[in-house]
Design a protein around this ligand. Structure first.
Ligand code: TYD
Length: 203
């Protein structure tokens, strides 16, 4: 049986990627999943990871993200891909490189090595980066209670954004950058255009 298609959406908070990831998954009858926290074990990890009142060292944060991911890959992502189901994922290993590496300063070489333990050979066919500048992100961001990442300072988010752009550059054709500050319809059209030719299992 042919392996499913694996598509990942990345971007800083409020980039609009979750809306687009869910839309594309529904449109192509793919399995939608997200990180962190899309499993019973992951839900507990997510609770600790997003709790803004809990102090956590960057390395601890990174290893918890990777624990969630290693479980998610083996229990959800790989089984779906292996049985020929396409998977659309809202955040994957690039989030850890961007947030914990570029954002928090965890060593990138170490993070890449640990990422390999977490994901093995389970690499996306395509990663779509919704890039927005920080002013647009700030305007969009809800004013209510903020989680650990949303409450981080502007410099942190600037480093995360720069990190994503560097990663996109390094990965070349395996990544596609979209200007996420455009209207939702324009962003959707650009994504639809890019993914139209991919080998989806269901149209
Ligand atoms: P979530 O509420 O899912 O936000 P979003 O809709 O922006 O994806 O919160 C996930 C937060 O966790 C988000 O701020 C990014 C952060 N994160 C990391 O720092 N490292 C990671 O590896 C992942 C997957 C997420």
């Amino acid at each position: 049986m042919r392996r499913g298609l694996f598509l990942v959406f990345e971007g800083i908070d409020a980039s609009g990627k979750s809306t687009q990831a869910r839309r594309i998954a529904a449109m192509h009858n793919a399995h939608f999943a997200f990180e962190p926290g899309d499993s019973a074990l992951g839900a507990d990890l997510r609770h600790w990871l997003l709790d803004a009142s809990l102090h956590m060292e960057p390395e601890t944060e990174a290893l918890l993200m990777l624990s969630d991911r290693s479980h998610h890959v083996r229990s959800v992502i790989e089984p779906n891909l292996e049985r020929g189901r396409d998977v659309v994922l809202d955040r994957y290993f690039a989030s850890t490189l961007a947030y914990q590496g570029y954002g928090r300063g965890v060593d990138l070489v170490d993070l890449r090595a640990a990422t390999e333990i977490a994901i093995g050979s389970c690499l996306p066919d395509l990663t779509i980066l919704l890039d927005i500048d920080l002013d647009v992100a700030n305007e969009r961001r809800a004013r209510d209670a903020k989680d650990r990442f949303e409450s981080a300072d502007l410099d942190f988010h600037a480093r995360v954004r720069e990190g994503y752009l560097e990663l996109a550059d390094a990965y070349g054709d395996q990544w596609f950058i979209i200007d996420g500050s455009k209207s939702e319809q324009d962003v959707a059209a650009a994504i639809d255009d890019r993914v139209a030719d991919l080998a989806w299992s269901h149209g």
